[in-house]
Design a protein around this ligand. Structure first.
Ligand SMILES: Cc1ncc(C[n+]2csc(CCOP(=O)(O)OP(=O)(O)O)c2C)c(N)n1
Length: 552
């Protein structure tokens, strides 16, 4: 069989439903092989970053590997942003990338790149297939490698001529993914530490997402009366309305809130790598020496004890460990409840924030509030990188019924392609993406992909005429000296309409609730263009306040 056909068989064997791509002449044989696949839909995108973000979003939705495919050189460099996100967010993604023919390799041929060097610091593995007989094994290993340990990106490089060569070796069955299980001794050690703890706190990461993980977490927290803080962008891992919800360790988490968490006498970090944002720039837990005993449970040894002196490191699936402790007899219930209550003091008012009416546009907070009121409880919520997401993190009471697709990596341009993929993956669910005028003009053209494949996301654009996040930093550090942050935008209502989407515009003075209700009731892809205030620059502050001038 031709290598290209074996690759398609390998993708089908992984039970992939979709393959996102921008075509290139470097992998024509593979495109040809896809012509005959009825199991796989090839989703052709408008930019390789869009294709890559779609794969990342699909993998975040399903918890299983997703795949995208790009042409050599420019295609690969365009798509690299998604690999970086996959690495920072621990998302299992396989990139298939074209390469010059083997006889041209190393000569600086047209669009040639040494992918081992180019992707070396972000991919878990970069494998260039130099003989067709290796295709079956490498394809199967790529999917196993991206999903094992800390999930991440794997790159498979396909020289053009290899794709036409025949393969005689059979395709191995997909490899099972082994999750290390906690030993009885480790479970006992955690139980013992818990027995001593009057103020335990659990920091929950992406390793606990999905119904099984979130279910085990909720059962554990309830049974042991342990408050749970969600790590950055994993706010949907635990019911935000629960008295045991201890808030979101994100950007802008107030200091007093973090101080309340730091009164814990035991920290259990489960399913998180405890990165800089989750650990509030390594202040909680404090690096290198945490102020309280730290138990770190993660299925990969690498992050455990790498930054923090860790009391007990457990290389295991956190879901299994928490499930094993549900039946353990809880102690110090009163004190633990009081501790949870003392944190709640900071979580509750935090979600009830209201801002003064700005005069230069719509307060985006009112839009987010109206979205929350009108959205179904299982809505998929997607955030791009930017200030507009602060209102969602601050106001929205997420539950594990939702799905929050954001990125630790903070790459602008994620939201629109992610919304397309999420809507294709879960067509019966409402998918709401919020994005700024900056991010939407980076990859918003994937609305065309939404229309082409019948995806029906709701895209909410906060159009404040600025790269607002950077303006916030600027006003804080160099007040009154804005530089390279103003944006003169096209009419985004007309722009969105040109794709064939339903479009709603929300301007100052409009009935925000009514417009949002109408927009969410639409059956097709919908864009909500909000002419938002720049003065109300984020859920936490205003431009005037940043400049030291009261805006009230
Ligand atoms: C690809 C990429 N480029 C640049 C940045 C730096 N950056 C972070 S937020 C931001 C501005 C976002 O502006 P916008 O989308 O309009 O949202 P706003 O902050 O105004 O709400 C920029 C430029 C980034 N995170 N990602």
């Amino acid at each position: 069989m031709r290598s290209a056909d074996v690759i398609v068989k390998a993708l089908e064997a992984q039970k992939l439903k979709r393959l996102y791509c921008v075509p290139g002449e470097s992998y024509l044989a593979l495109l040809d092989a896809l012509h005959d696949s009825s199991a796989l839909t090839t989703v052709v995108c408008r930019h390789e970053s869009g294709a890559g973000f779609m794969a990342v979003a699909e993998a975040k939705m399903t918890g299983r590997p997703a795949c995208f495919m790009v042409s050599r050189g420019p295609g690969a460099t365009n798509g690299s942003i998604a690999l970086h996100v996959a690495e920072q967010d621990a998302v299992p993604v396989v990139l298939l990338v074209g390469q010059v023919s083997r006889d041209e390799r190393g000569r600086g041929a047209f669009q040639e790149i040494d992918y081992g060097q180019f992707f070396g610091s972000i991919a878990k593995a970069v494998w260039e297939i130099t003989e067709a007989e290796k295709v079956p094994e490498i394809m199967v290993r790529a999917f196993a490698r991206c999903a094992s340990g800390t999930p991440g990106p794997v790159v498979v490089v396909l020289p053009e001529d290899v794709l036409d060569d025949d393969v005689t070796r059979p395709l191995p069955l997909p490899y099972p993914i082994f999750r290390p299980q906690p030993s009885a001794k480790e479970i006992e050690a955690v139980a013992h530490a818990l027995d001593q703890a009057r103020r335990p706190l659990l920091i929950a990461g992406s390793g606990l997402r999905g119904s099984t993980g979130a279910g085990a977490l909720a059962d554990f927290a309830r049974a042991q009366t342990v408050p749970v803080a969600a790590s950055w962008k994993n706010q949907d891992v635990f019911d935000n309305g629960s008295p045991l919800y201890a808030g979101h360790l994100g950007v802008g988490t107030p200091k007093v809130h973090v101080e309340a968490l730091a009164r814990a006498d035991l920290v259990i970090a489960a399913g998180t790598r405890l990165g800089d944002i989750a650990s509030q720039n390594y202040t909680f837990p404090r690096a290198p020496d945490p102020e309280q005993p730290l138990i770190h449970i993660y299925p990969d040894a690498k992050p455990i004890g790498a930054v923090f002196r860790t009391t007990l490191g457990i290389i295991a699936d956190p879901v299994e460990l928490l499930a094993a402790l549900v039946g353990h007899r809880a102690r110090h219930e009163q004190e633990r409840r009081a501790f949870a209550g003392s944190i709640r003091e900071f979580v509750e008012p935090f979600t009830r924030f209201t801002s003064p009416e700005p005069s230069d546009g719509v307060d985006f907070g009112t839009v987010v509030q109206a979205l929350e009121e009108a959205a179904p409880p299982d809505a998929v919520l997607i955030t791009d990188a930017g200030n507009f997401s602060s209102w969602l993190h601050r106001h929205w009471r997420l539950t594990p019924q939702n799905r929050l697709l954001g990125m630790v990596a903070g790459a602008m341009g994620f939201a629109v392609p992610a919304a397309v993929a999420a809507s294709l993956e879960a067509p019966s669910r409402m998918v709401i993406a919020i994005v700024g005028d900056g991010g939407v003009l980076m990859t918003g053209q994937e609305l065309a992909t939404a229309m082409q494949y019948g995806a029906r996301p709701k895209i909410v654009i906060s159009d404040n005429g600025s790269y607002g996040t950077i303006r916030t930093h600027q006003e804080r550090r160099f007040p009154h000296r804005k530089s390279a942050t103003d944006l003169l935008n096209p009419d985004l209502t007309q722009w969105a309409r040109s794709f064939g989407a339903e479009v709603f515009t929300i301007e100052r003075g409009d009935d925000v609730r009514a417009k949002i209700r109408a927009a969410l009731a639409c059956k097709s892809a919908t864009v909500i263009h909000v002419r938002s205030s720049l003065e109300a620059i984020s859920a936490f502050t205003t431009v005037s306040r940043l400049r030291g001038v009261s805006s009230e």
